[in-house]
Design a binder for this molecule. Structure first.
Ligand SMILES: Cc1cc2nc3c(=O)[nH]c(=O)nc-3n(C[C@H](O)[C@H](O)[C@H](O)COP(=O)(O)OP(=O)(O)OC[C@H]3O[C@@H](n4cnc5c(N)ncnc54)[C@H](O)[C@@H]3O)c2cc1C
Length: 366
């Protein structure tokens, strides 16, 4: 294949948070950079919860990773302050803290062992709280919660806003954002010398691979890195009450976004690239995710085929459209009005409303 030199000396394959952050930092040290981004609808950053919680994520046998994550968390506010100043976009970073709780005897034992690992081996700033003190922090936690690990330094960020801010900051520094799929790597003498985009070869002195779970599709050399896709589903709930921090049980976490919605996540499924939401996934998230909480009576699900309830949005339609257009990083300048209004009209028809949002409401008898 004929190769032409790229306009820059670095090509970054993949414009998720990792590729973009690397590209932005390279621009800071005077390199010229092109980011090639395939716009995968299933990219991890689109659904990621954005928890920054090294103690909760820490696993046995991953000491270096754990310490690196803690050091990264300490540097994160400065990184984001610089990014927000350059891009003018707020990333909704908040140091909310996290609480990992135990709901039965087995979980209590496991949590105690994890606490000892974090405090004694990793020397992390974590506190062991009895159930009563967990409920002081999160009053709606169930009496079943017998203890918890509190990590006050843990934080959260909005991954979609983070990606949006990085894209703007890169463009402002003269980086090139190229919307295309890299189909493979170009090699010469055992070295990567460029990338293949359709029928074209683009040569560059440095190629950064940051295609997330799609790394294996770039050829045998990239596949040797053994990065594989793992499916994860999350639920986004409307609730006025809980929680104020990230709360985690053995399998599921819950946290509130600044927008007010509560996220329950995430399933971990060895399903490869199987897209879509599954009944089993939703059931697992509801079953596990609501256990630490009391006074949760209903869940409103948006999206399932069977709808039981509608909310008339006719009077607030204009504000709704204006609010949607504020999501610049996701919608940009696309004309979505016709599509969204048609959907709301279709949804309202069955309920005799001009425009509506429809839900499946699941009620719990406790
Ligand atoms: C449900 C879920 C919840 C998560 N929650 C958290 C959390 O709370 N905290 C946390 O720290 N992490 C979380 N993660 C993990 C986090 O999302 C990932 O670690 C992070 O997004 C990885 O960034 P990335 O840039 O490497 O990959 P991605 O975010 O997947 O981005 C890769 C990019 O590469 C592009 N691409 C792919 N193939 C090509 C190609 N051939 N050519 C060009 N571009 C290509 C894609 O379009 C995509 O934009 C979660 C993940 C999931 C799935």
């Amino acid at each position: 294949m004929m190769m032409r030199p790229a306009a820059t000396d670095v090509i970054v394959v993949g414009g998720g948070p990792i590729g973009l952050a690397i590209a932005w930092r390279l621009l800071h040290v005077g390199r010229t950079v092109t980011v090639v981004e395939a716009d995968e609808p299933e990219a991890a950053w689109r659904v990621s919860a954005g928890m920054l919680s090294p103690p909760i994520e820490a696993d046995y046998g991953q000491a270096e990773l754990s310490l690196l994550s803690v050091a990264a968390l300490a540097d994160y506010p400065a990184f984001l302050a610089e990014l927000e100043a350059e891009s003018g976009i707020a990333t909704h970073y908040a140091r909310v803290g996290s609480l990992a709780v135990a709901l039965d005897r087995d979980q209590l034992e496991a949590l105690r062992r994890r606490f000892e690992l974090l405090r004694d081996e990793r020397q992390l700033a974590v506190a062991w709280l009895p159930g009563s003190e967990c409920r002081e922090l999160e009053p709606l936690l169930s009496p079943r919660v017998s203890a918890g690990i509190h990590a006050a330094d843990d934080a959260q960020v909005d991954p979609r806003r983070l990606v949006g801010a990085l894209r703007v900051a890169i463009a402002r520094r003269g980086g090139i954002l190229h919307d295309a799929r890299v189909d493979g790597l170009e090699l010469a003498g055992g070295r990567v010398v460029g990338v293949r985009v359709g029928d074209e070869g683009l040569a560059a002195g440095t190629v950064v691979l940051a295609a997330g779970a799609w790394m294996g599709s770039l050829g045998a050399q990239a596949a040797a890195l053994r990065i594989r896709p793992v499916k994860g589903q999350i639920l986004r709930l409307q609730t006025s009450a809980w929680p104020s921090m990230v709360v985690e049980t053995e399998h599921i976490y819950a946290f509130r976004r600044p927008s007010g919605e509560v996220v329950l996540g995430a399933t971990v499924e060895e399903q490869g690239f199987r897209p879509g939401v599954t009944a089993g996934g939703i059931f697992e998230l509801l079953d596990e995710g609501l256990q630490p909480w009391r006074e949760c009576e209903q869940t409103w699900l948006m999206g399932p085929a069977i709808k039981s309830t509608a909310v008339d949005v006719t009077e607030t339609l204009d504000q709704k459209m204006a609010a949607l257009h504020c999501h610049k990083s996701q919608i940009g300048d696309r004309d979505i009005d016709t599509f969204v209004k048609q959907r709301l009209r279709d949804a309202g028809r069955a309920f005799g409303m001009p425009y509506a949002e429809t839900f499946r409401v699941i009620s719990y008898r406790r």
